[in-house]
Design a protein around this ligand. Structure first.
Ligand code: 21W
Length: 230
């Protein structure tokens, strides 16, 4: 059974998003019909005769602010008769983590709004009750990359997206831990041999080694993952 999720990305730079979403794992899953993702140009919805979508901020300050009208009309038009969860990618939002990704992955539909320039008029965000999500405490130039990160993370959970089921089940085996180190050919590289156990063919020992290594790597690199409640 295919749990088909529909995602609409609202942006002033649809080609930026479309380009990423056409390649590799996500591109393949879209072509195969497992994902329904569309990018919409907010500028197509402006009623301004010069196709403007932004203006100076009231009260001054540098940079332009995206106007309510095109964002509102674009959102309402794309939503249609449905009542999808509306997400605004924003540095002020709730910080994205894997448990929020899993929650969003259960939705049938998402509309994701990307801001650009200095921001978006607060009134359209409040009137449509956009939920705000950030990708972390650092600054990027617009909401497009954050929207792609959210889309990518959520898409991985849909049926038919990951090429091998293994990657998915393995991830849950070591839930909350970092990955064990990986090796490929050659067996010796610049004088360093691959850990003996991995070429032993002893499956129980290999499993034990992977679990131990995951724990060791997590203790060394991210001890917070072992102590913080998730
Ligand atoms: C960066 C927009 C800085 C606005 C009020 C008065 C989306 C993002 C973004 C951006 C400002 C995310 C202001 C982590 C991010 C995003 C573009 C500053 C100035 N506001 N997650 N003056 N980091 N960034 N606004 O940057 O749109 S999710």
């Amino acid at each position: 059974m295919v749990i088909n999720m529909k995602i609409d990305i609202l942006t002033l730079f649809p080609e930026m998003c479309e380009n990423y979403l056409s390649a590799s794992i996500i591109g393949r899953a879209r072509k195969a019909g497992f994902l329904d993702i569309n990018c919409h140009n907010i500028r197509d919805y402006t009623t301004d005769k010069h196709r403007r979508v932004d203006d100076k901020a009231y009260g001054g300050g540098t940079g332009m602010v995206m106007q309510s009208q095109p964002v509102y009309d674009c959102t309402v038009s794309v939503a249609g008769n449905e009542n999808p969860r509306l997400i605004f990618m924003s540095p002020q939002g709730k910080v994205l983590n894997q448990s929020l990704v899993k929650e969003l992955a259960k939705e049938e539909r998402l509309i994701i709004l990307c801001g650009h320039y200095e921001g978006v008029d607060r009134r359209v965000l409040d009137q449509l009750s956009f939920e705000e999500i950030s990708i972390g405490d650092y600054v990027v130039t617009g909401g497009e990359l954050p929207a792609l990160i959210l889309t990518d993370a959520v898409a991985r959970f849909q049926d038919g997206v990951l090429p091998n089921e293994d990657a998915f089940t393995e991830e849950s085996h070591y839930n909350g831990l970092l990955e064990y180190p990986q090796y490929t050919r050659p067996e010796v590289w610049r004088g360093e041999k691959v850990p003996e156990v991995l070429i032993s063919g002893h499956h129980a020992n290999i499993e034990k080694w992977k679990k131990e290594q995951s724990l060791k790597v997590t203790e060394e690199k991210r001890p917070d993952l072992l102590t913080d409640n998730k």
